[in-house]
Design a protein around this ligand. Structure first.
Ligand code: PRX
Length: 650
């Protein structure tokens, strides 16, 4: 195995599309790229015909950089497109196939999903929720998460889903920013066999918000919880008394469909605004062409609905295509390390979409584990969320895809809403480690800091030079941040992704990772500033600097340099306390891998902490020229501390 990979890396292996796959692929016309390039608006207009509209748009695109409007004047409803329009043809087809961690299975046909969505939409209306009210959804991976999203979409109340693994503080922060008065949560959920008290965490978060009116609680784990009279309502009681039929609200193409908070380069996550028409067109067609969705497919994306991948490629993309979508509640290693492959085998999953971190973990666990299961139902596999290293790509391709499934490495972001760089499985030559080509109609480039195209395979910034339908419309109530973050590096017409990339001689893109203060820990997006703010909120901490440290499995791990307040004393207990403090304030995904106490951090003469140097120290790579520092001696001290830390003494 190792030899195959070594050889393939040397050879720069390429994988041509499988002929049989290409023949049946939803998109197998090589002219599609040229067609889109020649007439961008005509291309997207044609695709918009795959979505049902109550009223056709007046114009395809109004682009006043950096503000885009897509399908202006068009009227539609996202939940109608995911549900109602399928009833005649596939009302009895399974829409959601859910498996709980304990092995229980629940399914919803399209008809049942429409019924539940309609009831819940009416229940929301009954509580006084109306078009434009932002509803927070704080649910784990249970079908009610999708139902809640679709019900919000049905009545035009934008949802803001907060990842269930985030802390009470993170929930409060997001609810306060969105001025959201309603939250949908559950009693508890199962993680590695233990029931987590989710309602308790919700209560703690809600207590830190202004005026939350209603807390809707799904009874899921049946753990003991406290319901606050007048504020808290059981989901099943609401649903039981509600009518199933709810007319979808006619939404303007540019009405907000949802808000999704994502980490940026400050302590406060950004509320990324997505609207209805363009997002639905974009997610529908990308899901259809990239995953090649067919009537009989059983599609499983292992992401959580709390992240953008869950929005676009568990809910809106696949359901608007009428697909059967698998949802799994729990951990990949519960009760055993073969849980995912058991699910693939049991439900005859045909399309499987996961993150590189998961693949690297499976690799570490060994190929014997998937080999014990019949994975022959799979016909396409995908990767998302972070760069996939060629050896993980090849392992995935061979051991999960059985060397017979196209592997699509899809690059995109919360802000892009839809996949932008990806192979099309019936057309594209695959290269392990490369997300390959921009989707038709997407104008991507690698630019240097002055905006010149970088030539000859050199690294630069990944930029998008033309608007696309699923693009971010705003940072919620923060126009300045919207412009400063995405549209000011080279001027308002060019989108700055925050990623580094290079383009090879065939025009394929190799995404290298973030160039800003965002880090990806096991594919989860976190801001180093958020973690620093959390650290300095501890009374013992005077100053903190956080960097993403290279991690073989997670891609990056969180590493912190902490300067203590005068009276605080370095100790192992304090280190543990700080690790716990961050996990408690943000969520356990933000748990630091290491903390080093430092009296002095390397700074420029103007007093700016040099994170680049801190990262090099953490990674054990060359720190480069340090002569211009105010305190170059700090570097040696930190290097020594790192050595101590790495040898387990620190
Ligand atoms: O750094 C890129 C990485 O994930 C970032 C976006 O994170 P988020 O908004 O949480 O969305 C993740 C799911 C779409 C990007 O800026 N990223 C995502 N996909 C890839 C990737 N890096 C390399 N290759 C990918 N396929």
């Amino acid at each position: 195995m190792a030899e195959t990979i070594e050889a393939s890396l040397k050879e720069q292996r390429r994988f041509e599309p499988f002929e049989e796959f290409a023949r049946q692929a939803n998109m197998n016309d090589p002219n599609v790229y040229k067609r889109a390039e020649d007439d961008l608006e005509g291309f997207w207009e044609e695709l918009a015909g795959n979505i049902d509209w109550y009223k056709k748009w007046d114009s395809v695109l109004n682009w006043e950089p950096p503000h885009a409007e897509w399908f202006t004047g068009g009227k539609l409803n996202a939940s109608y497109n995911c549900l109602d329009r399928h009833i005649e043809k596939r009302g009895d087809k399974t829409a959601i196939l859910w498996e709980g961690e304990m092995g229980e299975v629940r399914t919803y046909t399209y008809r049942e999903l429409l019924d539940a969505t309609g009831r819940f939409a009416n229940a929301l209306k009954g509580l006084g929720i109306k078009k434009g009210d932002i509803v927070t959804i704080y649910l784990p991976m249970i079908p009610e998460a999708a139902i809640a999203m679709l019900a919000c979409a049905r009545i035009g109340a934008p949802h803001s889903v907060v990842f269930a693994g985030f802390s009470a503080d993170a929930l409060a922060q997001r609810m306060n920013d969105a001025q959201s008065k309603f939250v949908i949560t559950c009693d508890g959920y199962s993680r590695r066999g233990k029931v987590l008290d989710h309602k308790g965490k919700t209560d703690e978060g809600v207590a830190k918000t202004g005026d939350v009116e209603k807390v809707i609680v799904v009874k899921h784990a049946d753990n003991d919880i406290v319901m606050q009279p007048g504020r808290d309502i059981w989901w099943h009681e609401l649903l039981g008394s509600a009518e199933p039929s709810c007319e979808p609200e006619l939404m303007d193409s540019e009405d907000m469909l949802f808000l999704m908070y994502t980490s940026g380069t400050t302590g406060m996550p950004k509320g990324v605004v997505h609207t209805t028409g363009g997002y639905m067109v974009g997610t529908h067609v990308t899901a259809n062409w990239i995953f090649d969705l067919k009537e009989n497919d059983v599609y499983w994306c292992t992401a959580d609905v709390g992240w953008i991948t869950g929005h676009s490629y568990i809910v809106y993309g696949p359901l608007s295509n009428g697909s059967t979508v698998v949802m799994y509640e729990g951990a990949p290693d519960y009760p055993d390390k073969d849980r995912f492959w058991k699910i693939v085998e049991k439900h005859r999953v045909t399309i499987f979409y996961t993150a590189p971190t998961a693949i690297r973990v499976f690799m570490k666990w060994g190929q014997e584990i998937p080999a014990q299961h019949d994975l022959s139902s799979l016909r396409l596999i995908g990767s998302v969320g972070e760069p996939i290293n060629p050896s993980a790509w090849l392992w995935y391709y061979e051991n999960i895809g059985g060397s017979r499934c196209p592997l699509v490495d899809t690059w995109w972001q919360t802000e892009t809403g839809m996949v932008l760089i990806t192979p099309l499985p019936g057309l594209t030559t695959l290269k392990p480690g490369s997300a390959t080509k921009p989707f038709p109609g997407i104008k991507a480039a690698v630019l240097d800091d002055s905006g010149n195209q970088v030539a000859g395979g050199q690294g630069g910034n990944l930029a998008i030079q033309a608007p696309w339908p699923g693009m971010i419309r705003a940072v919620y109530q923060d126009e300045k941040r919207f412009i400063d973050t995405y549209w000011s590096k080279w001027g308002v017409g060019t989108y700055f992704s925050g990623d580094g990339a290079r383009q090879d001689e065939d025009g394929c893109f190799w995404v290298l990772g973030r160039v800003d203060d965002v880090i990806k820990v096991a594919g989860h997006r976190l801001g180093t500033m958020e973690i620093e703010s959390s650290l300095v909120s501890h009374p013992a901490v005077a100053e903190a600097a956080v960097v993403g440290m290279y991690d073989e499995l997670k891609g990056e791990a969180i590493f912190c340099y902490v300067t203590l307040e005068g009276t605080a004393i370095e100790s192992e207990e304090l280190r543990k306390e700080l690790v716990g403090h961050v996990a408690n304030e943000i969520g356990s995904i933000a748990r630091p891998k290491g903390i080093v106490f430092a009296d002095d951090l390397p700074k420029t003469r103007s007093g700016k902490i040099m994170r680049r140097i801190l990262k090099a120290i953490a990674d054990g790579t060359d720190v480069g020229n340090i002569t211009t520092l105010q305190n170059p001696e700090a570097v040696e001290v930190l290097k020594r501390k790192l050595e101590e830390f790495n040898s387990g003494l620190g």
